[in-house]
Design a protein around this ligand. Structure first.
Ligand code: ADP
Length: 223
């Protein structure tokens, strides 16, 4: 599903060029659940941005589902993201004045065959799946941190992505909410979705079938 070859990514800070990913290569097969670990500042978020087609590498090749995506234009990248990738970030942003159902249903809005009623019923179904059936008409501000992250997962699943990318999704959660989210991710993985998660949660790294450590700009298999 994912094949990255010798990817480089550097940022310009003041007048210095700061290399973050340094000829990084990785292959991830469909159906895998991969945890990415490494110290703060190692470049984990940068890597997820590239894998998620939110950013492009300075050099190297990135193949996603058999297509070379590293040189696509922004509209083409947006189409790839909409079609095949779901995202959950550490702090998820929602539209404050919409209730949860509308926030999730909004994901269907750009589909060529958008249908408001169908989008709403899919949103309700997904919110039920993540245990938020009692929060459907609540505004995002009325949710707990754990509920927000579960809502973010429901939203990420809306377009039936084959790949789910999560950047410290339980970073702000307590133990019980972390466990709930972890179990939901495991459930999605068992249902066939490939998952790549950046995490500091030791139980999440155990749950993932494969652990990769980002170190000096490169990924290596971790014990
Ligand atoms: P991690 O997720 O492992 O904490 P990041 O990918 O967020 O690491 O950051 C890696 C390095 O890249 C850090 O030194 C950070 O300061 C730098 N960096 C990240 N994003 C940018 C940016 N947009 N502009 C400049 N430097 C950045």
């Amino acid at each position: 599903m994912i094949e990255a070859n010798a990817i480089c990514k550097a940022y310009r800070q003041a007048k210095r060029r700061v290399p973050v990913l340094d000829r990084l290569s990785v292959q991830i097969d469909a159906g895998e659940f991969v945890a990415i670990v490494g110290p703060s500042g190692a470049g984990k978020s940068t890597l997820l941005q590239v894998l998620g087609c939110l950013d492009t590498p300075c050099s190297g090749e990135y193949w996603l589902n058999g297509h070379e995506v590293s040189r696509l234009s922004e509209p083409e990248l947006a189409a790839v993201r909409n079609r095949s990738i779901g995202f959950v970030f550490q702090s998820s942003h929602f539209v404050d004045y919409l209730d949860l159902v509308d926030n999730v249903a909004l994901q269907g809005f750009y589909a060529p065959d958008y249908d408001a009623a169908r989008s709403r019923s899919r949103a309700v179904e997904l919110l039920r799946q993540v245990g938020l059936e009692h929060r459907l008409d609540h505004r995002p501000a009325e949710l707990s941190g754990g509920e927000r992250q579960r809502a973010a997962l429901a939203r990420a699943l809306f377009n039936e992505p084959r790949l789910l990318l999560a950047d410290e999704p339980s970073g702000n959660l307590d133990g019980a909410n972390t466990e709930h989210l972890r179990n939901l991710l495991l459930e999605q993985n068992r249902a066939g979705i490939t998952i790549v998660v950046v995490t500091h949660d030791p139980d999440m790294t155990i749950a993932a079938g494969r652990r990769l450590e980002l170190d000096r700009g490169q990924l290596r298999e971790a014990a």
